[in-house]
Structures are given as structure tokens and as C-alpha cells.
Design a protein around this ligand. Structure first.
Ligand SMILES: *[C@@H]1O[C@H](CO)[C@@H](O)[C@H](O)[C@H]1NC(C)=O
Ligand SMILES: *[C@@H]1O[C@H](CO)[C@@H](O)[C@H](O)[C@H]1NC(C)=O
Ligand SMILES: *[C@@H]1O[C@H](CO)[C@@H](O)[C@H](O)[C@H]1NC(C)=O
Length: 700
């Protein structure tokens, strides 16, 4: 609201000056047919035709002036392709069309937004640089994004739910999965009714669009889509923790609709809250589909599992969604399993669904043999080089990894041959929620992860005690030819990771053998000294610790969208240009150095799997090599706080800087807030549904 008022004030002042200042023609262009900005009357007609990437600007804003030539260039470059794809670039001058900009809630310049026939769809990602490539990529991706099609012609498939109906679903009467949204309204009959006014809810109108598309998509998959008006069902909304939607208590607070899922065939534990940070159709679809799937944990056969994990890697199409599925399989013996063994699955539905792309299954097939085959197939892949000595499966390593009783959990990942088996020695471990979630959490990334401004720090800081290095495959997806080369590099990169894994396995077994030897010697020495037999037995019982470290985190970075990220992360000296196929290896433990050349001093590339594997293995296991010839480069400014400040300033200008200052102040208070939230969540998940049904809660 404040920003809005400020912007309006600025527009007013700017208007005042507009007559006395010479018109800035950097936005109008006189040298070719670059179109004039649309006025309010043209805007609505033009938007109704197809998709538009719209820039709202002021001729007096510094960032707008800097963007002007880039915008013009993008318009010219993309014009023909845009015609085929039914998307175009358009501009609005907010000094000339102040009312329109106010109506479209423009609070800062330049604002780049995607519009469809139904109005605003989404913002150009704030974290992305605005250049020719990112602007045209955005237009291209959105033109092909099914979510943006014909929202103008779609009718909402969501049905208004009464409070009593909701309670009945919650009591276990849901036939199929129900996705329910909650609104700060009492008269929203159909969710696509655009005449409804929502108070203090800037997101509500765009969420109406999201919900309309979502309802159409999910209804064909047997989901029932419902909505509920919190202003007429206050009690239920409050019980669910959505009191913010029942009435306005704080006039400055903004609100947004909430979404829950009710899964069928369960009387308790059937309610799941959407808690993601993103609010696109894709995010809600994923939440609804995977939570419903995971709540059932369907039985999977080895054949199907084999198909799931051998799906080829696709360079993903849109930002923010990792490619590469993760499959967690509960393996049990039908003859000896007891009902309590399955309880753990109930508890895992939520944590597993919160891991992007993770699925929960059950199986009674022979997963040990399956894992063993997978392990052996890895050696088929890494014997790519006839010049090298044949690499043989380290059977001892596999046996050690496979020590377990049933029931237990297996984890498989798309594209990966590396088995991961939970060491369940007894029912105690198999019912230990914390132990199992820790096991999952430590291995909850797909085989290959995209580096973006959003994921960079998370990946860099992901379990450095286990993942000592982060390898970055640089790719370029801007043309078909570059994309096809990128996929080849990615494949070599994957093979080098398996090759490295086999060396790591050997190394781990050598450490185990060495530890065993030390222990045996110690026992022998104690016996020779006639030590007390109790002490000897104690020593003999000492566990051999299995080292789990020395892993490598695989990532890729698309130069055509995020090349600038490398410089900001301190990984690109000013005289260095990166190219498709090159590989960087960052030391995750220290976060202060990285490697860009192999042991011969050549630029590290994934033209074959060899160089990357060799470099990784020299870095991790230097004692296996005669000399350390890998050159380490200092990460520039190696201060990650600085990294985030810079990226924000460059993206948002001075406002970004002020925001960061605010964030730092905020950060000091976050731990306390988080504790509060987590307590609230705990309370919420513990509360059983009988409370919601209005009956007395039993005393614990
Ligand atoms: C673009 O719009 C035209 C006319 O509405 C339609 O015939 C054509 O199929 C659309 N093209 C694409 C790629 O959607
Ligand atoms: C939807 O339900 C029907 C009937 O229960 C079933 O035949 C069909 O396979 C289901 N479709 C999907 C996509 O699950
Ligand atoms: C990506 O490839 C295109 C086409 O070959 C090239 O023009 C562009 O410079 C490349 N981008 C980067 C950052 O290397």
C-alpha cells in the first residue's frame, strides 16, 4: 500500500514535469517500426488477443532507460518467432497512462509482467538479469507453457463447499482426493467470478486464474476441486489455522488464499497443508499429485522401478522444478510384517512429499538383487576407456552397503546406478522416524541439480561434511545445436561421477580394512600384555566406523540464462569467458577455492568422462597420487553474504540494498520466529481431526 502510494506520488510529480521536459524518445524509437507504448484503451484490446510480455516504465527512471535498448533489441529479435508462438512484447508508459498502471498495481519501474487474455499472469522472475537472452527465453518458455493457454475460455471446475461437507470429507468420507482452497470472502460462488472484491488480498485475483487452470487440469485425474468461503465458515477456518481469512484484524497485513488436500481411504491423518513458497499451477499440481500418491505408497514392481529410474535426463523446461525423480521404497516380507511396521509410512508422507520429486512406494520384490544388478551395471558404464585397466565391481563394498533386515527402505534415483539401502538392524531402527528421515534427508537431492540464483547457496551449503565438492557442468541451451551438445556433456559428466564413485567405494573399503587391522593389532597387543579380558572384549566390540564422506554434488548451470551467476559467486575472473562443456569444481568444505583446470593444466571439460573423474579423484584422494598438480583458484571475495547482497543490488537497485538491510535486521529475529512457527505446526499436526469435527478432544 505504502509503495503504491509512493509510486502514485512519483507518477504525479513526473506528470507535472512532463510538459516542461523534452520527450525522451529512447522508448519511442524513430528509426524503424518499433511500436509506441500502448495507451489504456489499446491495452485491453491488445491483451485480449494473445499472450504479452509487458514492460511498465517511466521515462524518468534510471533502470528503465538502461533497459530501453535491451528491450528494443529483444522486441526486434523475437518479433518473428513471437508471431508464430502468439506472444509479443508491449510497453506501457506509466507517466502517460497513470490510471492503467494504478489499476494493474504497478509499484516499481520497470515492471515486466506476463499478460494473457484474462489479465495478469505472472512477473518476470525478479532474480533474473534482464538481457536479450533472458527476456526472449522468458517469452519463449511462457508461450509454450500450457498453464498460460486459453485461461480466457476456461471455466472454473471448483465447487463451493459447505463447512459440514468439508467436515464429512475429513471424517473419512472422501471418495477420491479433494483439493480445497480457502478464501477471504463470503460470496465467492464460482472461483472465476472476477467481479468479487477481496479486501487486503493482492494475490486473490491472480490466484483465481491459478485455481481455474488447476481445477481444469486436475479434474481429469479424478481430483475433486473445491473452495470454501472463510467469512461464512469462520469456525472451521480458525480450527485449520486460517483465522487471517475470517476477518481483517490488521489493516496493513496482506492475505492470500490457503490450500489443503484431503486424501481418500483414511479416517485420520488425511489432511495436508500446502506449505510451499511458490504459487504456480505447477507447484500445486505437484503437491496434489505427489501427496496423494505418497499417501497410498502403492506397490511397485522391480520392472516398473527399472523404467522409472532409467528415464533419460531432460534439460528442464522451466525454472524451479528439478528434473530427476527420487523413489523411496518400503520393502517388507509379507509373511512376517505386522501392521505397526506400516505406521512409519504414515509419518513419512509429509516429509517425502516436501522433497521435490520424491515418491514413496511399497514392494515385496527382491530389491537386493535389483540393487546389485544396478551396481554392476555401473561398471558396464565406466569401462568406457579401452586404454584403462578394466574396473571391477567392489563386491565387498556392495555387501557392506546391503547389510539389513526386512522391513527396510531402499532409495533409487532417476539416472543413478548408486544403490542406497537403509541399515535396519531391528524393529527399533525401522520405527525410528528421526533416524529414517535423517537417512532420507542426507540423500534427498536428485542426481543432477540446476544451479540458479535460488538454488546456489542451498546446494553449496548442503551437507558439506558428506559432500566435499560441488561439480558444476556448464551448458548452453540457447539453440538446438548447443542443447544437443549440452546433453552429451551432461552424459559424460554423469559417467565421470559413476567412475569417481567406484574409486570412492574402493577408498572406503580400504579405510575399513585399515581400521580393522589397527583394531586387530590393538587386541593382539592387549592380549600380549595380559589385559583384563573385559577390556579386550570391549575393544573387540568397537565398531568400525563407515566413512560416508567424499561424495560429490553434481550440478549444472545454463550459461544462456545464468552466466552472470558465476561472476557474482566469485567464480569468474574478469578475463575468463566460460563455454558450453566446461566444468568447475568448488570446494564445499571451505567454500574458498575452486578448480577449473585438470592435472595437466588444461581447461576442465566434459568432452570425455575421464578428465572430470581424474580431477575429482585427485582432489579427494591425493594420497593415491604421486603429486598434487591440481591448481586451486581462490573464490573472489569468497564471502557468501556479499554474494547475496550484490545479487540483490544488481537486480533491484537501491531498493534492493535497503531491502537487504531490512533483511539483516529481520534475520536477527528469525530464529525466534521459526521456533514459534514450528511449535504452531507441531500443534497443528498433532491435533486430531475429532477436534475439527466439533467433538470434545480426548485428554492426552
Ligand atoms: C496462434 O493463434 C492462431 C489464431 O488464434 C492459431 O490458429 C494458432 O494455432 C496459434 N499458434 C500457436 C502456436 O498456438
Ligand atoms: C478415474 O477413476 C475412474 C473410475 O474410478 C478410473 O477408471 C480411471 O482410471 C481414473 N483415472 C485416473 C486418471 O486415475
Ligand atoms: C550460447 O550459445 C549461443 C549460440 O551458439 C552463443 O551465441 C552464446 O554466446 C552462448 N552463450 C554463452 C553465455 O556462452
Amino acid at each position: 500500500m505504502l509503495l503504491n502510494a509512493l509510486a502514485l506520488g512519483l507518477i504525479f510529480i513526473a506528470r507535472f514535469f512532463v510538459t516542461s521536459q523534452a520527450a525522451d524518445n529512447s522508448h519511442t524509437g524513430i528509426d524503424d517500426d518499433f511500436p509506441d507504448p500502448l495507451n489504456a484503451a489499446q491495452f485491453d484490446t491488445e491483451m485480449s488477443k494473445h499472450l504479452h510480455v509487458v514492460e511498465f516504465y517511466s521515462p524518468y527512471c534510471h533502470h528503465c532507460k538502461a533497459l530501453a535498448p535491451i528491450w528494443k533489441n529483444a522486441w526486434r529479435n523475437f518479433r518473428d518467432e513471437g508471431r508464430k508462438l502468439n506472444i509479443s512484447f508491449a510497453q506501457i508508459n506509466c507517466v502517460e497512462s497513470g490510471d492503467l498502471c494504478h489499476r494493474e498495481r504497478i509499484t516499481a519501474y520497470p515492471a515486466i509482467k506476463l499478460y494473457g487474455p484474462n489479465g495478469f499472469i505472472k512477473d518476470f522472475p525478479l532474480a533474473q538479469k534482464r538481457n536479450l537472452e533472458t527476456l526472449t527465453n522468458f517469452a519463449r518458455q511462457e508461450a509454450m507453457n500450457a498453464d498460460n493457454f486459453d485461461t480466457g475460455f476456461l471455466k472454473s471446475q471448483s465447487h463451493l463447499l459447505k463447512g459440514t461437507e468439508f467436515l464429512s470429507l475429513l471424517a473419512g468420507n472422501a471418495e477420491g482426493p479433494h483439493l480445497v482452497s480457502f478464501w477471504p470472502s463470503k460470496n465467492l460462488m464460482t472461483t472465476d467470478d472476477s467481479s468479487i472484491e477481496f479486501e487486503n488480498c493482492d494475490d486473490c485475483h491472480s490466484f483465481q486464474n491459478t485455481w481455474t487452470v488447476l481445477s481444469n487440469k486436475l479434474i481429469s485425474e479424478n481430483f475433486t476441486i473445491n473452495h470454501l468461503n472463510c467469512e461464512s465458515e469462520m469456525k472451521i477456518c480458525r480450527e485449520l489455522g486460517f483465522s487471517d481469512l475470517t476477518e481483517i484484524t490488521n489493516h496493513r497485513a496482506d492475505r492470500s488464499p490457503h490450500v489443503v488436500l484431503i486424501v481418500p481411504k483414511k479416517k485420520a491423518g488425511n489432511l495436508f497443508y500446502y506449505e510451499g513458497d511458490e504459487h504456480t499451477v505447477r507447484d500445486y499440481e505437484d503437491f496434489a499429485r505427489r501427496t496423494t500418491f505418497n499417501a497410498q505408497a502403492p506397490t511397485v514392481s522391480n520392472d516398473v522401478l527399472g523404467q522409472l529410474i532409467s528415464e533419460p535426463f531432460q534439460m528442464k523446461k522451466s525454472p524451479g522444478s528439478p528434473d530427476g525423480s527420487i523413489h523411496i521404497v518400503f520393502r517388507y516380507e509379507p509373511d512376517t510384517v505386522v501392521q505397526e511396521d506400516f505406521d512409519i509410512l504414515e509419518h513419512l508422507i509429509k516429509p517425502v512429499s516436501n522433497i521435490p520429486n520424491a515418491y514413496l512406494h511399497k514392494s515385496t520384490d527382491d530389491l537386493l538383487s535389483f540393487s546389485h544388478e544396478l551396481f554392476k551395471s555401473m561398471y558396464g558404464l565406466i569401462n568406457y576407456n579401452p586404454g584403462e585397466e578394466a574396473k571391477l565391481p567392489n563386491e565387498e563394498f556392495f555387501s557392506m552397503s546391503a547389510i539389513t533386515q526386512y522391513p527396510t527402505f531402499f532409495m533409487f534415483k532417476q539416472g543413478s546406478t548408486i544403490p542406497n539401502i537403509f541399515h535396519g538392524y531391528s524393529t527399533t531402527e525401522m520405527r525410528d522416524f528421526d533416524l529414517i528421515t535423517e537417512w532420507i534427508e542426507q540423500d534427498s537431492l536428485p542426481l543432477l541439480n540446476e544451479l540458479t540464483p535460488v538454488t546456489y547457496l542451498k546446494l553449496l551449503e548442503y551437507h558439506p561434511e558428506l559432500y566435499h565438492f560441488m561439480a558444476i557442468q556448464l551448458v548452453n541451451t540457447s539453440t538446438e545445436a548447443e542443447l544437443s551438445r549440452s546433453l552429451d556433456y551432461i552424459e559424460n559428466f554423469r559417467l565421470s561421477a559413476f567412475d569417481y564413485e567406484s574409486i570412492r567405494n574402493d577408498y572406503l573399503m580400504e579405510t575399513v580394512a585399515a581400521e580393522r587391522k589397527t583394531k586387530d593389532e590393538a587386541v593382539r597387543a592387549m592380549k600380549a600384555k595380559h589385559a583384563a579380558s573385559a577390556d579386550i572384549v570391549k575393544k573387540m566390540r568397537d565398531e568400525i566406523t563407515h566413512e560416508k564422506g567424499h561424495r560429490v554434488l553434481l550440478t549444472f548451470l545454463d550459461l544462456s540464462t545464468h552466466d552472470w551467476l558465476l561472476a557474482q559467486a566469485g567464480l569468474q575472473p574478469s578475463d575468463r569467458n566460460y563455454r558450453n562443456g566446461e566444468v568447475l569444481i568448488v570446494d564445499k568444505k571451505s567454500c574458498s577455492t575452486y578448480v577449473e583446470r585438470d592435472s595437466l593444466g588444461e581447461i576442465l571439460r566434459a568432452d570425455t568422462p575421464f578428465a572430470v573423474k581424474d580431477t575429482l579423484s585427485r582432489l579427494s584422494f591425493p594420497s593415491r597420487y604421486n603429486s598434487d598438480t591440481i591448481e586451486r583458484v581462490q573464490i573472489q571475495g569468497s564471502n557468501r553474504v556479499r554474494f547475496s547482497v550484490i545479487s540483490s543490488i544488481s537486480e533491484h537497485g537501491f531498493v534492493g540494498y535497503v531491502l537487504i538491510l531490512a533483511l539483516i535486521v529481520f534475520a536477527v529475529r528469525v530464529p525466534k520466529m521459526l521456533r514459534k512457527i514450528s511449535n504452531a505446526r507441531k500443534y497443528r499436526s498433532r491435533r486430531d481431526t475429532t477436534g475439527l469435527l466439533g467433538k470434545e478432544k480426548s485428554k492426552d
